[in-house]
Design a protein around this ligand. Structure first.
Ligand code: C2E
Ligand code: CA
Ligand code: CA
Length: 745
């Protein structure tokens, strides 16, 4: 362009020079006519072609300019941006593609369009502009809100740069673009909002990648589970305390169903175990591919508390604090569905109405509360005691149909109810009668069970202050049990307990080695009552302690007599019940009996069952040690029927293992024989002497001999014998094997 301009100027100058040079007129003295011809011809010859060329060039340039201007305009329009050119001195602003019609106002403002900018944004725009004017920034860049021609606020990004300055470096011109970022801003605002929500969420949240490695977590996650972010990042998804197989199962479920939700127990940062609901959801990208998993951990502690409070409100009786009728039916329905035996005891109070009427409802209520407390203390851990309404109560004993357990509880309840209450200066005596049903035996719905228990209670009331089962067989058993209990009480007073002796034999030599003392209850009216019948009752009532002492005393007395008579010098094995074993003064009691009968402890062996020692093995070890230290031998009775741990068996200071009759009976088949073989081997490895119990046949003896079992006891050799019979047995033994006395290995 510049070259073109210079060329044009130069051509015109040459032409003028040639046309009007006075020298040319004078020196060449060309006549005027010639000149008239000369000048146009020079012009045509020299300048015209050049002029034509220049005009052509100019036209072409203009066209190009128009094209590029058009292109620029389309680009600007396409970009959606507004282009501006600001003459700072005049305040005039030129705008291309002005979508917001910012030209509405005359431009003398600083910054331009001041009146259209959101009042809250003006100061920051002004500051940024000033910073650019002061050359503190290379570009001016501001995002702000501007009012469009429809009076709506739009977010724009305004960017520009000074392009012209005067001599003293004052800005003269500035150009730039304005871009609408309203959509971007609203997306950004939404994202910010979501981010803030996640940040301030009370639930712990963790985001995992598609391989279940942790990508991010929120602050609640750390406050809930402790630790710092870095500890968790990139670690695979896991739940503390849960097995890897469970975690895999969860992942597979999410992959299959897109979602997983369950309640788990997790430890928080204080190591407290909390109920936590976990929900896992998958997140997909725009191509519908799984890109992340989001896991939310919701602490259910508060919700559970609220639920249980609500539950208590609707399921507790306010007066007594006991579960109410409502809960009774709910619980009973659940229990009835279980494949187990349970008992339901129902009772009301005799003449409670009279107490209420004469002493007032308030006193009546506090009487009920006191009674509830007293009875609730008697119940076992798994029993639930309900107030059904008024003076009606129910006890549900779950997991038992044992007549001893149930009747003992019924008796305890009756005794506790009958114990006088001291209230407001009165001594109140109340009585009651209980009805008992067993389920599923006596009914399978709560309604039927309650109805039958009421029937039983009604009959019990006729007897007064007693309990009655709905089921007659149970009643007969209960009656029998009560009779035996009374008989035992009487029998102990009248000395009806005798000791029989069952000899033991060495299998290899066939010789007598010792005996077991077995109690016999001989009643004048009912004859001999078997230990299998009365011992469980005596265990329940505690009478076994007294009976056990009678047996031990008589056994020591008898052995001392046989010893003195020179008939015997082996050991007598006496059975020791669990109740006796746990007596704190057991050893003293034994010492006293031995001393009283002047029998050295060497002659005594005590038989204890697995159940007795396995209750509290550590305690059992110390008791057994103190017995063993006295020279008393210890035998484990009925071995194999309970749950002995071999680890403990090693620690117990035992001398003998008695293989239960059930195993001996089972020796008919190979499996049974192998079993006895194993028991004998274990016993021998532990240096224990083995006694086979309940041996009835010669064939059993042959097998036992093969298996190296050294001693047997059973009907094959002898039934338990009375003292007189056993004395005769000993005499016979002595005659046969004289002169030596039998001594147990
Ligand atoms: P146990 O200690 O296992 O006693 C062995 C039982 O098996 C005895 O029954 C005995 O008579 C019986 N018996 C022995 N050989 C044979 C046989 O070949 N065949 C059969 N069918 N039975 C045989 P008993 O005397 O009726 O005693 C039963 C259980 O009562 C005893 O089992 C023991 O647990 C308990 N018991 C007996 N006397 C006492 C005692 O004084 N104190 C305590 N605490 N329990 C005792
Ligand atoms: Ca025994
Ligand atoms: Ca036994």
């Amino acid at each position: 362009m510049i070259i073109e301009k210079i060329t044009i100027k130069l051509t015109v100058f040459v032409f003028l020079l040639l046309s009007f040079n006075p020298l040319a007129y004078s020196e060449q003295l060309v006549d005027k006519q010639t000149l008239m011809v000369y000048i146009p011809s020079v012009f045509i010859a020299l300048v015209l072609p050049f002029l034509l060329f220049t005009i052509h060039r100019l036209r072409r340039s203009r066209k190009q300019l128009r094209v590029s201007e058009h292109r620029l305009k389309s680009t600007v329009e396409g970009s959606g941006d507004t282009l501006w050119d600001w003459n700072i001195g005049s305040g005039e602003v030129l705008r291309i593609n002005d979508k917001y019609m910012m030209d509405r106002n005359t431009q003398t403002d600083f910054p331009p369009n001041r009146s259209l900018i959101h009042p809250n944004d003006i100061s920051s725009v002004e500051l940024l502009l000033k910073q650019h004017f002061a050359e503190q920034t290379a570009f001016f860049e501001a995002s702000y809100r501007i009012k469009d021609s429809f009076d709506r606020w739009r977010w724009v990004l305004d960017r520009g740069k000074i392009i012209e300055k005067d001599a003293s470096l004052n800005p003269l011109r500035m150009t730039g673009t304005v871009r609408d970022i309203t959509l971007l801003k609203s997306t950004e605002a939404r994202l910010n909002l979501f981010a803030k929500c996640v940040e301030s969420l009370t639930d712990a949240l963790a985001i995992y990648d598609k391989n279940f490695n942790l990508v991010d977590l929120n602050p609640s996650f750390l406050s809930q589970f402790g630790g710092n972010r870095e500890n968790y990042l990139n670690k695979p998804f896991t739940l503390q305390g849960y097995e890897e197989s469970y975690i895999e199962e969860i992942k597979n479920t999410v992959r299959r169903t897109e979602h997983w939700q369950q309640e788990v127990k997790l430890r928080n940062s204080d190591r407290k175990v909390l109920p936590i609901e976990i929900s896992i959801d998958e997140i997909k990208n725009e191509y519908n591919q799984i890109c992340n998993y989001v896991v939310v951990f919701s602490d259910l502690t508060e919700r559970k508390k609220a639920e249980s409070q609500l539950h208590n409100l609707s399921n507790r009786d306010r007066t007594t604090g006991l579960p109410n009728r409502n809960l009774f039916f709910t619980d009973l329905k659940k229990l009835a569905k279980q494949d187990d035996h349970h008992a339901l005891l129902v009772f009301d109070l005799d003449n409670f109405k009279k107490i209420n009427d004469s002493l007032g409802h308030q006193l009546g209520d506090s009487l009920l509360a006191k009674l509830a407390m007293r009875l609730n203390k008697l119940t076992r851990e798994k029993d639930v005691f309900y107030r059904l309404g008024g003076d009606e109560f129910a006890l549900v004993m779950s997991g038992t149909n044992d007549i001893h357990t149930i009747t003992r509880m019924a008796k305890q309840f009756l005794a506790a109810i009958a114990t006088p209450f001291k209230m407001a200066g009165h001594e109140l005596v109340i009585t009651s009668s209980l009805g008992i049903v067993l389920f599923p035996e006596d009914g399978n719905t709560p309604e039927l069970l309650l109805k039958n228990a009421d029937t039983a209670m009604y009959h019990a009331k006729k007897k007064g202050n007693s309990y009655l089962f709905f089921n007659d067989t149970m009643n007969r058993q209960a009656v029998k049990r009560l009779q035996i209990e009374n008989l035992m009480r009487f029998g102990l007073k009248e000395d009806h307990f005798e000791v029989y002796y069952q000899p033991k034999m060495n299998i290899r030599t066939g010789k007598f080695t010792g005996m077991e003392a077995l109690v016999r209850f001989i009643t004048p009216k009912k004859g001999i009552i078997s230990p299998g019948v009365f011992i469980p009752i005596a265990e329940e009532t505690g009478q076994i302690i007294e009976i056990g002492e009678v047996v031990l005393n008589k056994a020591c007395r008898d052995v001392k007599e046989w010893l003195d008579a020179g008939l015997f010098n082996g050991r007598v094995a006496v059975n020791l019940s669990a109740k006796q074993f746990s007596l704190p003064d057991l050893t003293t009691r034994i010492d006293v009996i031995l001393q009283k009968n002047a029998l050295p402890s060497y002659f005594l062996e005590l038989e204890i069952t697995e159940g007795t020692v396995m209750d509290d093995p550590q305690d059992a070890i110390s008791i057994m040690r103190s017995l063993s230290a006295r020279g008393i031998h210890l035998a484990m009775d009925d071995f194999g029927t309970g749950y002995s741990s071999l680890a403990y068996l090693k620690q117990f200071p035992l001398n003998t293992l008695k293989v239960d009759k059930a195993f001996i009976d089972d020796m008919e088949n190979e499996r049974g024989r192998n079993m006895v073989d194993s028991i004998v081997t274990i016993a021998h490895n532990l240096d224990l002497h083995v006694v086979a119990e309940g041996v009835e046949e010669a064939q059993q003896i042959a097998i036992l001999e093969q298996l190296n079992c050294e001693t047997m006891q059973g009907y094959y050799y002898s039934k338990p014998l009375s003292k007189t019979e056993f004395t005769a047995f000993l005499q016979k033994q002595l005659n046969e094997s004289a002169p030596s006395l039998i001594h147990q290995a």
